[in-house]
Design a protein around this ligand. Structure first.
Ligand code: CP
Length: 304
């Protein structure tokens, strides 16, 4: 059984297989692929896109979903049941277990107790591997390659779990990284050390304008309100804002991505430009998660 807890659980070949499978499923729907499969969707932290795209993915492949969202009236939330006991029981009802939890490491812990594959839908500020899969698919869809791209990551690079997983994955494809964040929200040391070890080119910048004209992908993120107290959040929240007037000299192939939700870091005039691709990116979550489920449930990955 293969758990998907961190993006590092997948090799470059496996990432490429997921992207190719997502492309295939987008163009050739398979409404019976997960017939008779039951997938548990357990969200201990709020989500719109991850949960709903995952549940859409299962249902459009002919499978069924059980589970709860972060308001769930569960025995774990209401009666003090441990995560370990909950996972043991829920995994005995299902063929795969998809979860989000506010604590780092919760998905790894769940995998120790589950009898079926566990897929991490985000654990605290740590990892969000399925977001990375849809990001990779979207980058491939828009650039026809994952190799040698110029990619800027903007915003909260410290607590933004999506950028941690994505930088790790793209480091397998020899991309150039530009990191743009307040100093207090810089990429964590462990990611920088991994990039150094892999010999990846990266640089840090104080404004989007410094690099925007050389980019293939501009990956915007929001400051993670839920990880700050209110005073700190107000200080950081509008540090970097992208607006339409900043796009006058960009490359034709530039695409702007954002894992969403956005607050005010991309003004709405950008939405109507040919560079905005964040809503298509969110839709691609269905195909990337379909691909992952189809491959996990047919045992097509090396065990972690
Ligand atoms: N991108 C993302 O994880 O969105 P949700 O928090 O809505 O799932």
């Amino acid at each position: 059984q293969k758990d998907i807890i961190s993006i590092a659980d997948l090799s470059r070949d496996e990432l490429e297989l997921i992207v190719a499978t997502a492309k295939d499923l987008k163009h050739n729907p398979q409404p019976e692929l997960l017939k008779n499969k039951i997938v548990a969707s357990c969200f201990f932290e709020a989500s719109t896109r991850t949960r709903l795209s995952f549940e859409t993915a299962v249902q459009r492949l002919g499978g069924s979903v059980i589970g709860f969202d972060s308001g769930g009236n569960t025995s774990l939330a209401q009666k003090g049941e441990t995560l370990a006991d909950s996972v043991k029981v829920i995994s005995s009802y299902s063929d795969a277990f998809f979860m989000r939890h506010p604590q780092e490491g919760a998905a790894r812990l769940a995998a120790e107790f589950a009898s079926v594959p566990v897929i991490n839908g985000g654990d605290g500020s740590n990892q969000h591997p399925t977001q990375t899969l849809l990001d990779l698919f979207t980058i491939y869809e828009t650039q026809s390659s994952l190799q040698n791209l110029n990619i800027a990551f903007v915003g909260d690079l410290k607590y933004g779990r999506t950028v941690h997983s994505l930088a790790q994955a793209l480091s397998l494809f020899n991309c150039n990284f530009y990191f743009i964040s307040p100093q207090a929200l810089a990429m964590p040391d462990y990611i920088i050390e991994e990039l150094d070890e892999a010999g990846i080119n990266y640089s840090t910048h104080e404004s989007i304008e410094e690099v925007i004209d050389s980019l293939d992908i501009l990956y915007m993120t929001r400051v993670q309100k839920e990880r700050f107290d209110e005073t700190e959040y107000q200080h950081m929240k509008s540090a970097f804002v992208l607006n339409g007037s900043m796009l006058s000299k960009v490359r034709d192939n530039l695409k702007i991505l954002h894992p969403l939700p956005r607050v005010d870091e991309i003004t709405t005039d950008v939405d109507d430009t040919p560079y905005a691709y964040y809503f298509q990116q969110a839709e691609n979550g269905v195909y990337a998660r379909q691909a992952l489920l189809a491959l996990v449930l047919s045992n097509q990955f090396q065990e972690s």
